[in-house]
Structures are given as structure tokens and as C-alpha cells.
Design a protein around this ligand. Structure first.
Ligand code: GLN
Length: 497
């Protein structure tokens, strides 16, 4: 067996505890936030050379934030939040004024933002020290972090394998004990899929409930930031910190945040009587890895034994979700990434006095973007062009509506839907990089709910008997019912042995 970097194997105690446990110790002054933060910084030093979860580690800034928390608690003040003092890893697609924001792209190498994203600001205001910025596929496009311009992240369970993508840096940081909390973004699965591959928890909140201000856009109608951790309760506590209305985001909804922490605590009692859970027929069939289907069947049995009523639900248009997603997303990408022109942000290449402004733009884009980003920009530009718009973009939008209708019909029969998070366990780095379609296929189960703007969670469901690697259970809920994810997720977590 290859050397692993799993938190339970080798990490020291402070990096093995949950965020809730750490918060309790910090707030009772049993340990300081500085000690906790230092322990994680040391863990990063010890293992990140092999894992490459971080693109930037902000040691000084993290310790300064920890000291501020310690000082205020020593003075007898109330903690700024339930997680005050507990450090976090931030996906490098949220802007920060004190660290570069690269989005995993050469285009933004060394780019310093003049402002903090709203998510960043909320984290700081909650007294959560930011350890650093985590690796991702370039501009969050990919399923393995292999599209990062700075090299891939390795899975702590098997460093030859992917930790998922696009948020593989955040998931690897959690699984290895480099961080007890992390932030991801989910456009088609980039929070849930990495969580499934690393035995961690990740939630894609309902569209519009977490501000996108300062989140560098991939596909604006699909992108959503969300919380990641090793336990359902920790994820809920972080969800509460980052969610809420923001006047700087035009798509932000002005309504109270779902009671996610309360739901996680209630769920932890393990009783699901009164709940009806729908198994999505389209995501439970041949073609998936046997070990994944085995764990999924065991999960269904477990939920049943915890009192839930299980029904099978038919969502016929989910089979078209992949095709619709890979049209809508590139269309939005081609528009969003037009701003990276070598003039306003980051890289400028070919500006040697011999080239026109147009040529400098072309050279900068040719040098700054990697192959997958270019592929999507070209695809999207094509699909939006005159004569093709109706056949591609408009058609995909129609499919999007049908998928939303499938969800609506499904939730008339049940409270939440479930499926495996991914069709197989973590694949080897390099295994799918030559074949974009195979890579896209890995997001089969996660992307329908992004198209419908709903919410979902991946929660650990044990290990596949054929690969000995982690499997994730995906739970999906209607818009603004994010608390249901936590209720079911926490119950499932409590009942898993
Ligand atoms: N893997 C999907 C893609 O490549 C999803 C990415 C994401 O959620 N950011 O688009």
C-alpha cells in the first residue's frame, strides 16, 4: 500500500479534531487560536510538498488573525461566531486583499485584488483565520485539478490519484488535516465531487443564498460558493457564516438563511421517521463502479433502518443534463472570460512595441489560458454565434427547464433525493486527461441540480470494497430547503459504521 496522508493516520491531535471541538476548546481557553493555527500550518509544512493542496500559504496573516481572536477572548468578549479562532482554507477563486487570487491560471499569476469577496469578508468578520488559498482547475473548469496551471493536487488516500475537481485543493486539505474547514465553489459539482473522493463533506447551497461578489466567475447562472469540512455539523456551522443576503450581488436572495445548524443537531439523533427519500433511478444503474453501487445500496438500507421511507423516483431528463450543461457553461464562460484581455487584469504578453493592442490581447490570451479553458471559450463562442444560437444555446435552455420540472415532480413524492455522488471512486492522475468527454462524464450525478438552482450535499458513505477508496452519498433538496440536507446528512453520518 502506498504511503497515505490521511489525517487519522499521522496527524497530531489538534489537526484531527473537528472544527466544533476546536471551537469549544478555543472558546473555553483550553487552547489558543494561535496554537490551533500553528498546528495546521505545521501540518501544511509536513505534507503539502506531496499533496499540493495550497497555491499560497499566508502564515503571517493567519497568525495575526488568530492573535486578534485570542486577545478578544482573553479580554472576556464573546466569540465573533461559533467558529471564531478555527482556521480555514479558501479556494483560490475568491478575492483576498492580502494574498494573490490566481484561479489556478497563468493569466492571474500574482494578481492582487483591491477588495475582499463577500465570502472572504464574512470569514474574517467571524474571526476565522485564513490559512491560505487552495488549488483548483483553472477558473474552476475541470474534475481533477489537473487543469491547474500550477500542477495537480494529490489525494491524501492515494497520492497517485485525484482529490477531485475543481476544488481538489480544499478537499485534500481537509482529508489530510491541513485544515478543519474549507470553502469551495460548485458550478457542476466542484464541491460535492471532491468531497466524495476524499471522505469529506461538501455542500452546494441553493443558488442565490451565498454571495458571488468577489467570486471570479466561471458560469454565473450556475456558480455558488459553499462550505466544506470533515463533519456535517462543521459544514453547517460554516454554512451559517457565509450565507445571507448581499446587496453587492444582484442574484442574492433576501430571505433568512435556512436553519442548517439546528437541522444538523436534530439529524445527529439519527432518527429519520417521517422523511421520504427518493432514489433517482437514472443514477443507480449499470455502468457505475460495482463498489460504488454496493455502498449506495448499503446507504439506502441504512436510511431505511433509521426510519426513512424509500421510494424510487424517475427523472427522465437527467440523462440530457450533461449535454445541456456543457453548452450553457461554455456559453457563459466565453462571455465571462472576455475580461481577461491582457489589458485590465494579470498577464500581458507581447507588449514589446512591435505589436498592436489587438495583437497583445491575442498573445496574452494564447499564453495565459490553458487548453481546457480555451476549448470552452471556443465552444461557447461558436454556440452563441448567429445561426447556431437557436440550435445550441436555446435548446440547452429548454432542457434546463425540463430538468427543473423533473425535480419539481420528484419533490412532490419525497423530501430529498439521493444518488451516488460520482460514478466511481477517485481515478488515477493522468487517467482521463487525454479524453475531455470522459472527464465530463464524471459529473453526471452532480450537475442536474446546478442547472435547476437547487442545493445538494455529499456525505461520506464508507469505502468501496473493490478499490478501498471513499464513496460519497449525494443528498439533494428543493430550493431554500438546505436544512433538509443537514437533517438527513447528519443522521446518515451518525448511523454509518
Ligand atoms: N467539473 C465540472 C466542470 O468542469 C464542474 C466544475 C465546477 O463545479 N466548478 O465544469
Amino acid at each position: 500500500m502506498a504511503k497515505t496522508f490521511i489525517v487519522t493516520d499521522s496527524a497530531e491531535e489538534l489537526t484531527r479534531l473537528s472544527a466544533a471541538e476546536l471551537a469549544q476548546k478555543i472558546h473555553s481557553r483550553e487552547v489558543s487560536s494561535r496554537e490551533v493555527t500553528e498546528a495546521h500550518l505545521k501540518r501544511i509544512k509536513d505534507v503539502d510538498g506531496e499533496l499540493h493542496a495550497f497555491l499560497h500559504v499566508g502564515e503571517e496573516a493567519a497568525l495575526a488573525a488568530a492573535d486578534t481572536v485570542d486577545k478578544s477572548l482573553d479580554a472576556g468578549e464573546q466569540p465573533a461566531s461559533a467558529l471564531a479562532g478555527v482556521p480555514l482554507a479558501l479556494k483560490d477563486v475568491f478575492t483576498t486583499t492580502d494574498a494573490p487570487t490566481t484561479c489556478g491560471s497563468k493569466m492571474l499569476e500574482g494578481y492582487m485584488s483591491p477588495y475582499d469577496a463577500t465570502v472572504t469578508r464574512r470569514i474574517r468578520e467571524a474571526g476565522i483565520p485564513i490559512l491560505g488559498k487552495t488549488n483548483l482547475d483553472e477558473f474552476a473548469m475541470g474534475s481533477s485539478t489537473e487543469n491547474s496551471a500550477y500542477g495537480p493536487t494529490h489525494n491524501p488516500y492515494d497520492p497517485e490519484r485525484t482529490a477531485g475537481g475543481s476544488g481538489g485543493g480544499s478537499s485534500a486539505a481537509l482529508a489530510s488535516g491541513e485544515a478543519p474547514l474549507a470553502i469551495g465553489t460548485d458550478t457542476g459539482g466542484s464541491i460535492r465531487q471532491p468531497a466524495a473522493l476524499t471522505n469529506t463533506v461538501g455542500v452546494k447551497p441553493t443558488y442565490g443564498t451565498v454571495s458571488r461578489y468577489g467570486l471570479v466567475a466561471c458560469a454565473s447562472s450556475l456558480d455558488q460558493g459553499g462550505p466544506c469540512a470533515r463533519t456535517v455539523l462543521d459544514t453547517a456551522l460554516l454554512h451559517e457564516v457565509i450565507a445571507g443576503h448581499d446587496k453587492f450581488d444582484a442574484t442574492s436572495v433576501d430571505r433568512p438563511v435556512a436553519p442548517v445548524v439546528e437541522a444538523a443537531r436534530e439529524g445527529a439523533k439519527g432518527d429519520l421517521s417521517g422523511m421520504t427519500i427518493g432514489v433517482v433511478k437514472q443514477f443507480n444503474r449499470e455502468g457505475y463502479q460495482a463498489g460504488v453501487l454496493e455502498r449506495f445500496a448499503a446507504a439506502v438500507d441504512q436510511l431505511k433502518s433509521q426510519g426513512a421511507k424509500i421510494v424510487e423516483v424517475d427523472c427522465p431528463h437527467f440523462d440530457d443534463a450533461l449535454a445541456a450543461y456543457y453548452l450553457i457553461l461554455p456559453c457563459e464562460v466565453s462571455s465571462n472570460l472576455a475580461r481577461f484581455d491582457g489589458m485590465r487584469y494579470g498577464l500581458r504578453a507581447g507588449d514589446d512595441g512591435t505589436h498592436s493592442a489587438e495583437e497583445v490581447m491575442a498573445i496574452s490570451r494564447a499564453e495565459g489560458f490553458g487548453p481546457e479553458v480555451k476549448r470552452r471559450i471556443i465552444l461557447g463562442t461558436y454556440a452563441l454565434s448567429v445561426g447556431y444560437y437557436d440550435a445550441y444555446y436555446l435548446q440547452a435552455q429548454r432542457v434546463r427547464t425540463l430538468i427543473a420540472q423533473d425535480f419539481k415532480a420528484a419533490y412532490e413524492q419525497c423530501d430529498v433525493l439521493i444518488s451516488p455522488t460520482t460514478p466511481s471512486t477517485a481515478f488515477k492522475l493522468g487517467e482521463k486527461s487525454e479524453d475531455p468527454l470522459e472527464m465530463y462524464n464524471f459529473d453526471l450525478c452532480t450537475l442536474p441540480l446546478n442547472l435547476a438552482g437547487l442545493c445538494g450535499m455529499s456525505v461520506p458513505a464508507g469505502f468501496a470494497s473493490d478499490t478501498q477508496l471513499p464513496v460519497g452519498l449525494q443528498i439533494m433538496a428543493p430550493a431554500f430547503q438546505d436544512d433538509r440536507l443537514y437533517r438527513v446528512g447528519a443522521a446518515f453520518e451518525a448511523g454509518l459504521n
